[in-house]
Design a protein around this ligand. Structure first.
Ligand code: BG6
Length: 514
């Protein structure tokens, strides 16, 4: 096995020489991707593997195996990875890194129920152990529609791939959606756990791989100034927004029948909520994090009147920049009578001592005004003002806004005297922006998550209990919607339906316009 031309993390030109921390580098290992021809694989997984190698965070003999129904040789697969890397990788292309990686690429053509393909996969894994020193350590990434999960895990078991030889490991990486509701999620978990032990299973919620999401816990628990006011005594309400300006693109097959709440609230937004609401974990390890997040999920109570406190809607066509943008029901592949939501807003309560009476408003939508994800902790008004009411007419509520993306950072909003001879107080903001404060670049979420899988670090992966709890929260809302008519409408490019504004107005509040 040659290691020539491979950088270690220490002599890697992409590494800041002032950074004295020990890098987290994966040990001998390989990754098998099922569903290698899909979008996720091309746009995220392959580039992430290359970027990790380029940053010196993969072992020299790292190997990548693709499995799909294509008539490809190893070099055809390598070419597909090459093109994906050239198009989507974040770090510069370096021929020597690419060559080293490409030598460890193998492709297995076949169907998921084709036994001989899985035999070939087993042979390839053994061959890589010998030729590249992967040490029997392999992660199997199921980047395939959930209907194929049972078959693939069953085949891995049948062909002896799920069990690690002594001293090595095998792990399964599963992409969402983890089921469609609580009972399908339980079924899926049972199937997966029949083959893999719970700590061998890594469920991907790519939001947890984002720097700004990990920073929620740093902000709260590495500082003294936020936590004392992070509770019902000071907080009025919390708004969690994930807005996208894109429509469903070519994803009709996946999206129709699923909708925005299942696609995004069940996983990303409930995870953001858990990190915002949870108590300090005993330590920063997977078991302690799980324990605290679970307490939040179990404390979530739905409003009794779901009709008043939830909204779902579909984008309607609109003219944008002189062009007609199609409405959801006119998109290719969408049933014109579909009731699938492309926008959802829900009010949740976390019934515990810290949060009793503080509503958490979660909203998400496609084709909204702008792509933005943020968590806004909105505070109560000062209990008393010594200024006369004209002074504070334009003063809003104080807020701490965690800007998850795209303009990553944290904003604190508070009132300040307007310069001049009279007392007038208006909102101002104090901003922390990643780009200004740090020279280090953020790894893409998938880079971080793939590295963690290879290191066996489960902190950033939702466990099956969390997945099931999130469905427990969402199921009654979906059932209510299914029984109650059609979704509302909103114009593409707007900030959602009027019904969502009314949902907050009845509580005496309004949505932020980020
Ligand atoms: C995915 C959803 O999980 O997240 C997509 O399935 C959505 O519908 C995407 O577009 C958004 O991810 P990001 O990282 O671009 O905010």
């Amino acid at each position: 096995m040659s290691t020539a031309g491979i950088d270690t993390a220490w002599d890697n030109p992409l590494r800041d020489p002032r950074d004295r921390r020990l890098p987290r580098i994966a040990g001998p290992s390989g990754l098998v991707i099922f569903g290698v021809t899909g979008d996720l694989s091309r746009k995220k997984l392959m580039p992430a593997v290359y970027d990790l190698a380029n940053r010196g965070l993969l072992p020299p003999g790292f190997s990548l195996v693709g499995f799909a129904r294509r008539d490809w040789e190893d070099q055809d697969f390598a070419q597909v990875v090459h093109d994906a890397v050239r198009e989507h990788a974040r770090t510069p292309f370096r021929e020597e890194v690419w060559q080293q990686l490409a030598e460890g690429m193998r492709f297995i053509p076949g169907d998921f129920d084709d036994d001989s393909a899985f035999e070939q996969l087993r042979d390839a894994v053994e061959e890589l152990d010998h030729s590249r020193g992967t040490g029997g350590n392999f992660a199997f990434y199921l980047s395939v529609p959930p209907k194929f999960f049972p078959k693939v895990v069953e085949q891995l078991k049948k062909h002896g791939l799920a069990n690690a030889p002594d001293g090595s490991w095998r792990r399964a990486v599963i992409e969402k959606p983890f089921g469609h509701d609580l009972s399908s999620a339980q079924e899926l978990n049972a199937i997966v756990h029949d083959v893999f032990e719970p700590d061998q299973v890594f469920r991907i919620d790519h939001y947890l791989g984002k720097e700004t999401v990990q920073n929620i816990l740093a902000l709260r628990f590495a500082n003294q100034m936020f936590e004392p006011i992070w509770n019902r005594s000071y907080v009025d309400h919390i708004q969690i927004t994930m807005a996208e300006d894109i429509g469903i693109g070519g994803r009709a097959g996946y999206y129709d029948g699923i909708g925005s709440a299942r696609d995004v609230i069940q996983n990303h937004l409930l995870q953001l909520m858990a990190l915002t609401a949870m108590e300090e974990p005993a330590s920063f390890d997977a078991a302690s994090l799980l324990a605290e997040k679970l307490k939040v999920f179990k404390a979530v109570k739905l409003p009794e009147d779901l009709g008043r406190h939830t909204v779902r809607a579909q984008y309607a066509g609109a003219w944008q920049g002189g062009e007609k943008v199609r409405g959801y029901l006119e998109e290719d592949g969408i049933d014109p009578s579909s009731t699938t939501d492309t926008y959802a807003a829900v009010r949740l309560n976390v019934d515990n001592r810290r949060w009793a009476g503080v509503p958490f408003y979660l909203r998400t939508g496609k084709r909204l005004g702008r792509r933005v994800t943020e968590i806004a902790v909105v505070f109560q008004r000062a209990p008393h003002s010594p200024f006369d009411s004209t002074a504070t007419e334009e003063l809003g509520a104080n807020a701490i806004v965690i800007r998850v993306q795209p303009d990553e950072g944290v904003t604190v909003r508070f009132g300040s005297k307007v310069p001049g001879t009279s007392m007038e107080i208006r909102d101002v903001t104090m901003d922390f922006a990643y780009g200004e404060s740090f020279t280090e670049s953020s790894p893409e979420a998938y880079e971080r998550l793939i590295l963690d899988v290879l290191l066996g670090d489960a902190n950033l992966f939702p466990r099956h209990q969390e997945v099931e709890e999130s469905w427990r929260i969402l199921d009654p809302i979906e059932e209510y919607w299914a029984r109650h008519g059609r979704p509302a409408q909103y114009a593409s490019g707007s900030w959602g339906p009027e019904e969502a504004d009314e949902m907050l107005a009845q509580d005496g509040r309004s949505w932020r316009r980020p």
